[in-house]
Unconditional design. Structure first.
Lengths: 416, 316
């Protein structure tokens, strides 16, 4: 009897799942937004959510003759959960367009799912190159960036304008920082840099004393990471008095995403590069920022993940508006033709691989109106994910990794 | 015997009906539930027969997932090579882990498997050249066979359900075999079994490798189900999820793990639709279940609930 009872309980719970599947009518444009709204990366997901909410408010309930319905899904920053949630969007909730994911690994999981399901997808903050390069698929475009994209310009700036020749890089040991360093090395070496010493540490390292005590001498240190690791490194770097010997440069997320309030005054003068800056003074940006503050309060600064979520939703809705239908192919081809002259970050359009060609800002941390901000001090216009390089040649070279590209600028790799 | 056949027929019929009535999403969730049922079974073989609570069964599943991803998706080897290689690699890891853990008892076994599991998890993060690190390896697909796309959730369901039922049946037979009884005997009284001349360590070791093989099969299905292999299935969260499923359903019985996995996935799926705080609801349900039914749902009976704690302890 026990087994029979087991089966009875089992089928009862199974029916509960079946009951959650319901049919929906189709005069509604359904957009599913996925990002890590819980877990250690929830900062990024929350920013995206706030940006998307602002875009929804601006667009209203009805767009292009459809009722706009936006649903948020939590990826928990986990690839497996991401795939599950995306599946739920497609087969349970009948979503027409996906916005997100936000993080690197979840972005690749999203790409994998999108290539199988064919659902039009606008990747927001997630930056692995191959989403719009070697593994690109027709129905996936990106509203954000690739890890290397802002760093071509940054490498060039560090060598040319700051005149540094030898850099010591300390970075988190995973794919995103590899991409960032890859872009940096290319720009840096091409502009007359000499070498970059690299030191990788595992993520979630709290104590950097062993690294700092044996740090090689160079012209500057580049911290290639972010989050709690970045904050801990920043503080210990100063505790060791290293900032008096070598200036501290930042990877794209170091000064720009989230840690600045905790770093405080000491961060002033810190230089990094991104396709976004909260210190922009353009009309488009200020309108965006003020609307964001009105909605979410002035304590929360809209940062790049918020803007990318905002833009991604506008791209999605714009594509439906353009194509006038919910036909997937029509939406995809309209998405691929995206041109946004009035984006808060500055104008951009997508390249033929589906990644934005956009401004890259060299930012310096300054105090503006009693608030620390990344203020653009130099703008590189129309930078693509390939930087100044030929797309096919770029993709033919091996993907960035722990040890690639080479640390020495005299290597053959840089002489092409 | 008759009843057993009846139950099997009932389960098969239930699975078939489910395939016909359930929507795509419900089917894909059921697939996930079956995969976790296999992992929970792998856990229960050790927990129920030997009193060994292992936190590395998901690691063994993850290892086989990585083998499928690396050999299949990256090197394009044929499926007939990739899948056996994956399960064998899981067993090989189980052999190594087994050598290290076979003499350990309760808590030290738990800690050892935790340490080994976390080592492999860390390795999967950091050995980027092999595993792709945090980004993982994508593009893991099943082929078309006889005009059926095996990646389709419904076709995949048929494949997975068949394997799951067969494996559960095999384990059912195994529990009632001489070897299965020997394991129970070892759990009850190791000294006596040794005195009777049974090779205690060898038996334990064999059970560990067997559990590893089941985990390996689960890993193969998991990676094909997700299409991508990343470190997340190897994380401690997943190990705890599998442990929870087994304890909830009852790890002493054969069907308990399947029941636990089913309920857990149903809870996650159902509750997550309505609130972001779904883990709190799941936690509350779990706490209640364990308070009221310490031996798991599959061994639940009204009598024990009425008579209280004495009945449940006396039958241990």
């Amino acid at each position: 009897m026990k087994t029979l009872k087991t089966i009875a309980i089992g089928s009862a719970s199974a029916l509960a799942v079946a009951a959650t599947v319901n049919a929906q009518a189709d005069d509604t444009l359904r957009v599913g937004v996925i990002g890590p709204t819980s877990g250690v990366f929830s900062f990024f997901g929350e920013q995206q959510r706030m940006g998307v909410e602002l875009a929804i408010e601006e667009l209203g309930d009805e767009v292009a003759g459809y009722n706009l319905e936006v649903e948020f899904y939590d990826s928990q920053g986990d690839a497996e959960v991401t795939v599950d949630q995306l599946r739920a969007m497609d087969s349970r909730d009948d979503v027409d367009i996906v916005v997100g994911p936000v993080l690197g690994g979840t972005g690749l999981a999203g790409l994998e799912w999108a290539s199988g399901s064919g659902v039009p997808t606008v990747i927001s903050y997630s930056a692995p190159e191959d989403i719009t390069m070697r593994d690109r698929v027709e129905n996936v475009v990106r509203a954000g960036w690739t890890g290397a994209q802002p760093m071509f310009a940054f490498g060039e700036y560090v060598a040319e304008e700051l005149g540094h020749e030898d850099i010591v890089m300390v970075g988190q040991d995973y794919a995103f920082p590899y991409d960032q360093l890859g872009g940096f090395m290319r720009g840096f070496c091409a502009a007359g840099g000499n070498s970059v010493e690299r030191i990788w540490h595992p993520t979630d390292t709290a104590d950097y004393s062993s690294i700092l005590a044996t740090l090689p001498q160079g012209d500057a240190v580049l911290y290639n990471g972010a989050g709690s690791d970045g904050l801990a490194f920043f503080e210990q770097y100063r505790d060791f008095g290293m900032h008096e010997r070598m200036p501290l440069l930042g990877g794209s997320n170091f000064y720009a995403v989230g840690d600045l309030p905790e770093m405080g005054e000491a961060a002033k003068g810190g230089v990094s590069a991104l396709q976004y800056a909260e210190g922009l003074e353009t009309d488009n940006f200020i309108a965006f920022r003020d609307a964001f503050w009105e909605m979410h309060g002035e304590d929360t600064m809209p940062l790049a993940p918020a803007e990318h979520g905002y833009v991604a939703l506008k791209m999605a809705v714009g594509a439906v508006d353009e194509s006038g239908s919910l036909d997937r192919d029509a939406i995809i081809s309209a998405l691929r033709d995206t041109e946004m002259e009035d984006a808060p970050r500055g104008p951009f359009h997508l390249d033929e691989y589906g990644n934005p060609v956009q401004n890259i800002y060299i930012n310096e941390v300054k105090e503006v109106d009693g608030r620390l901000k990344n203020v653009p001090i130099k703008t590189y216009e129309e930078v693509s994910q390939f930087g100044p390089y030929d797309a096919e040649e770029y993709m033919a070279s091996e993907p960035y990794s722990r040890d690639f590209p080479p640390s020495d600028c005299s290597d053959d790799f840089y002489q092409q | 015997m008759k009843r057993e056949t009846l139950v099997i027929l009932g389960v098969v019929a239930g699975l078939l009906v489910w395939l016909l009535v359930a929507g795509d999403y419900a089917v894909s969730r059921t697939n996930r539930a079956m995969i976790y049922a296999l992992m929970a079974l792998s856990f229960s073989v050790l927990a129920g027969r030997l009193g060994w609570f292992s936190l590395c069964q998901t690691t063994l599943a993850g290892v086989s997932g990585y083998v499928v991803a690396i050999l299949g998706a990256q090197h394009g080897l044929p499926y007939a090579v990739v899948i056996p290689a994956a399960i064998l690699t899981s067993m090989l890891f189980a052999v190594v882990f087994g050598v290290l853990t076979v003499r350990a008892r309760a808590v030290s076994f738990l800690m050892l498997t935790l340490a080994l599991g976390q080592m492999v998890w860390a390795l999967s993060f950091q050995w980027v050249g092999l595993t792709g690190g945090y980004n993982g390896i994508s593009g893991v697909r099943l082929p078309m066979v006889l005009g059926f796309n095996l990646n389709d959730p419904r076709v995949f369901y048929v494949l997975l359900a068949t394997c799951t039922v067969l494996i559960f049946l095999a384990v059912h037979r195994f529990y009632n075999s001489r070897f299965g009884l020997l394991l129970l005997g070892i759990q009850e009284n190791e000294q006596r079994m040794r005195a009777l001349g049974h090779p205690v360590y060898l038996a334990r070791f064999a059970a560990f490798v067997l559990a590893g093989a089941i985990a390996g099969v689960a890993g193969v299905f998991l990676v094909y189900d997700m299409g991508i292999m990343s470190p997340s299935p190897l994380s401690l969260n997943q190990a705890v999820l599998v442990l929870t499923a087994a304890v909830l359903g009852g790890y002493r019985t054969v069907w308990g793990p399947a029941l636990g996995a089913g309920i857990l996935i149903t809870l996650q799926t159902g509750v997550a639709q309505y609130t972001d705080r779904h883990m709190m609801v799941v936690g509350a349900v779990l706490a209640l279940c364990i308070l009221l039914m310490p031996r798991g749902l599959s061994e639940f009976s009204w009598k024990s609930l009425v008579r209280g704690r004495r009945a449940t302890t006396s039958s241990t």
